[in-house]
Design a protein around this ligand. Structure first.
Ligand code: ATP
Ligand code: MG
Ligand code: FE
Length: 340
């Protein structure tokens, strides 16, 4: 089954073709970062309009790269939520219209299920991870630990009570004067920083439970930065201490979540999953337990069309599809999904 996937939930236009026999055939991404940079954050209406401009050319490009004619598609998958409602409607409208014209089924995909399943697209020497496993979703808008009992059957074990991990990276970068979007820049600074010169808390690890809180860490950085000489080296040292604090905290909670779920396989997804130190720490942690951790390639940690094509293909293959109504769900609880 050949499925076109469309992602437009925020500031990235992503398109891909996933073939359930041959794997990923093509994918393309257009990022709106430059468009929003001067505002220091995503402007929803500008995002919607830019998706309108970029989506059709990107679909043509992706189809050409896949070597398929549009008539060879067996289904269309699109992100139906959560996300910015205007941005979601662009992808949903195009996907539905295309499916209608081609007389193939279309399906709305949960953006976080897309992230969660992205690691399963990768070739793994130990084979594709099979449920039950635990997923750590660490993105710009979410930090969640999820027990995956089956594909499509998700139980929330814990989540952030305030900022998401990616949001904490972005805000911390901003307060130390790094340009938008700061998360990856802060991580790059941390590579140049010396460990142990600054010490920040591992929030909520001193008590049982699987919830997170990252906003206090940001305040600790602000105070340390204000009281420092604000040199480039100090910025790098603080970035390193911040990254170590976030990575340690995530690793501690992942270990606890594996214990709670009785699993030895961890799957990590979302933009912060691209973080080099997080990847190394979780690999060591799971190895020590005799388990393993699976990540998407860094480009598929952040938003992309491939994860939507893949998640949609699994559901379409199971016979699921939706009526022709263009419906999006800007706020959507993943625990309400139907099992595949
Ligand atoms: P959501 O999926 O929750 O709706 P989103 O789609 O905006 O949010 P993603 O695209 O998955 O989030 O990830 C973007 C986030 O990942 C940003 O907050 C960014 O700072 C963070 N991020 C990207 N690369 C890195 C990195 N190397 N280290 C730390 N954080 C990173
Ligand atoms: Mg983005
Ligand atoms: Fe995302």
């Amino acid at each position: 089954m050949k499925v076109l996937g469309i992602e437009t939930s925020c500031d990235e236009t992503g398109v891909a073709v996933y073939d359930t026999d041959a794997g990923l055939r093509a994918h393309a991404l257009y990022s709106q970062i430059a468009l929003h940079a001067e505002y220091g954050g995503v402007v929803p209406e500008l995002a919607s309009r830019d998706h309108v401009r970029k989506l059709l050319p990107l679909i043509r490009q992706t189809l050409a790269e896949s070597g398929l004619d549009v008539n060879e598609l067996d289904g269309v998958a699109y992100t139906a939520g959560p996300g910015l409602v205007g941005a979601l409607l662009v992808g949903a409208g195009v996907a539905r219209a295309l499916a209608w014209a081609l007389e193939v089924p279309a399906i709305g995909v949960h953006h976080m299920e897309g992230h969660l399943l992205a690691p399963l697209m990768e070739d793994d020497p130990l084979g594709r991870p099979q449920p039950p496993f635990v997923a750590l979703l660490v993105s710009g808008g979410h930090t969640q630990l999820v027990a995956v009992d089956a594909i499509g059957q998700y139980r929330l074990l814990g989540e952030t009570l305030d900022d998401a991990a990616g949001e904490a990276f972005d805000k911390t970068a901003k307060l130390m004067g790094l340009p938008y979007p700061g998360g990856p820049q802060l991580a790059a600074q941390a590579e140049l920083g010396r460990p142990g010169l600054f010490k920040f808390a591992r929030p909520m690890t001193d008590r049982p439970g699987l919830d997170f809180s990252f906003s206090g860490l940001k305040t600790q950085v602000l105070l340390a930065w204000r009281n420092s000489d604000q040199s480039d080296q100090t910025r790098a040292d603080i970035a390193r201490a911040f990254e170590d604090a976030v990575v340690d905290t995530l690793a501690i909670k992942c270990g606890r979540a594996l214990d709670a779920a009785g699993c030895d396989t961890l799957v990590v997804a979302g933009g912060v999953g691209a973080n080099r130190r997080l990847r190394a720490k979780l690999a060591t942690m799971t190895e020590k337990r005799g388990g393993r951790v699976c990540f998407p390639r860094p480009a598929f940690c952040t938003d992309n069309g491939a994860m939507i094509a893949y998640a949609g293909a699994l559901r379409l293959q199971a016979g699921q599809f939706e009526s022709a109504a263009v419906k999006v769900t800007p706020r959507w609880d993943m625990a309400l999904l139907q099992a595949v």
